[in-house]
Design a protein. Structure first.
Length: 116
């Protein structure tokens, strides 16, 4: 650990300060990177750092600083099954089965009966 994490007690003993798990730390993967200094990154959450606001004020767009291959939205999966009682209830066939589907399957219907 670095020396700045060391503190002396009243008795003169050195104590290492370790951050608590409950302390707020940056979460998530970096989304934006400073083109001049690759160690300057920002996740896109929270207050914008000084280096980012300086670049934006200089006329560099936020998209120009976006890292490649990060934060791409997932593809929308089309619905494969529909609830005959309520057309708004649909399921793509991936992930956990919704409650309405479980209830219909328990009542005797099959997945083939609910296909769109």
């Amino acid at each position: 650990m670095s020396r700045r994490n060391e503190k002396k007690t009243a008795e003169g003993r050195k104590v290492m300060l370790v951050p608590l798990k409950s302390e707020k730390r940056p979460k998530g993967e970096p989304v934006y990177r400073d083109p001049d200094n690759p160690f300057n990154t920002w996740t896109g959450i929270g207050k914008r750092p000084a280096w980012l606001t300086a670049k934006l004020d200089a006329g560099i767009s936020l998209e120009a600083m976006k890292m490649q291959g990060v934060a791409n939205p997932r593809e929308h999966r089309p619905a494969k099954y529909r609830d005959p009682r309520n057309a708004e209830n649909t399921w793509s066939g991936t992930g956990r089965r919704p409650t309405w589907l479980k209830e219909l399957l328990d009542s005797g219907l099959s997945l083939d009966d609910l296909k769109i």
